[in-house]
Design a protein around this ligand. Structure first.
Ligand SMILES: C[C@@]1(CC(=O)O)C2=NC(=C\c3[nH]c(c(CCC(=O)O)c3CC(=O)O)Cc3[nH]c(c(CC(=O)O)c3CCC(=O)O)/C=C3\N/C(=C\2)[C@@H](CCC(=O)O)[C@]3(C)CC(=O)O)/[C@H]1CCC(=O)O
Ligand SMILES: NC(=O)c1ccc[n+]([C@@H]2O[C@H](COP(=O)([O-])OP(=O)(O)OC[C@H]3O[C@@H](n4cnc5c(N)ncnc54)[C@H](O)[C@@H]3O)[C@@H](O)[C@H]2O)c1
Length: 235
């Protein structure tokens, strides 16, 4: 299957999952991580989904699927155990021009879901064009070993440096060199080791001559706060 990879912005937008079993639950968790407002339509739901509904984190409608459930939705996932229902979900969604995924049924999908690794703002997505979901899962597990939790704060720092540099001198011909040098520097290792002093010195070497002193001081404060703020929220 030929595919075009994209990262959808569904933050705050209504998304529907039909079918509240183990697979539906996995899809709901992924949608919540992307900030979606998730509705689940299913005759039964897993204890985790019921708990999410009780806490108001998802909307659960204990009903059979009807096309009206698609009203207002921007994205639809069908995860029922009934092929006829999955076909109806796919047809109704496509009639309305809504992107639709039917789990384990590539022919009924207008998009397929990759295996993903998330580290803060870093998202690694693996697709095999439907040839081997088991391989996608295995590669995801391999990548989880290679890309540790330090990538969250590391990327946050890269973003902070980049924002400062672009604010000070947008379109400067040397900006690309600066950004490339940073990602080839030992910064990742210093973040991994929690080496505040090393990070402070390295930032001074890399961008100290470029940024106005006030901006540089702000950046150093931001860098230090990566370690004083509670890390788990950003990992
Ligand atoms: C990546 C992941 C994302 C997710 O679903 O969240 C995902 N499947 C995952 C796991 C998984 N799925 C299956 C197994 C059993 C082993 C095996 O069959 O290999 C395992 C492994 C396991 O469960 O251990 C069964 C299966 N899946 C599909 C078929 C139908 C077919 O191939 O025709 C069948 C046979 C059903 C049957 O036996 O009848 C089809 C699809 N599954 C896809 C995605 C899309 C293609 C992605 C790609 O490869 O590019 C696609 C096309 C449509 C879609 O569902 O979006 C998630 C890993 C998450 C993770 O752990 O990181
Ligand atoms: N669980 C797995 O590891 C796995 C692996 C490969 C394939 N699959 C396939 O993925 C699909 C979902 O798997 P699962 O384990 O989550 O299934 P599941 O049986 O646990 O859950 C399916 C849910 O769909 C609901 N449902 C059925 N018909 C409905 C309708 N008309 N309207 C609303 N809800 C309806 C059911 O109430 C149930 O809660 C199935 O087709 C299954 O064969 C699952």
């Amino acid at each position: 299957m030929r595919v075009y990879p994209v990262f959808l912005n569904i933050d705050g937008r209504p998304c529907l999952v039909v079918g509240g079993g183990a697979i539906g639950e996995r899809k709901v968790q992924d949608l919540l991580l992307a900030g979606a407002r998730v509705s689940v339509v299913s005759r039964e739901a897993t204890p985790t989904l019921l708990d999410l509904a009780r806490r108001g984190e998802i909307l659960y409608r204990q009903e059979n699927f009807t096309p009206e459930h698609l009203d207002g939705m921007v994205l639809v996932i069908g995860a029922t155990n009934n092929l006829q229902t999955n076909r109806e979900i796919s047809a109704a969604a496509q009639a309305r021009g809504l992107p639709v995924n039917i789990v384990d049924a590539p022919a009924l999908c207008t998009f397929i879901v990759p295996a993903t690794v998330r580290r803060g703002e870093l998202t690694l997505a693996i697709g095999t064009g439907g040839q081997s979901p088991a391989l996608a899962k295995k590669l995801r597990q391999d990548l989880e070993q290679l890309f540790g939790s330090e990538y969250g704060p590391y990327l946050e720092l890269l973003g902070a440096v980049r924002a400062k540099v672009l604010a000070s001198r947008r379109d400067h011909p040397d900006n690309l060199t600066v950004f490339t040098n940073i990602v080839h520097s030992p910064l990742l290792e210093l973040v991994r080791n929690g080496d505040r002093e090393g990070i402070r010195k390295l930032l001074a070497t890399l961008v100290g001559a470029i940024l106005p002193p006030v901006e540089m001081a702000e950046l150093q404060t931001q860098a230090a706060s990566l370690f004083t703020n509670s890390l788990p929220t950003r990992l």
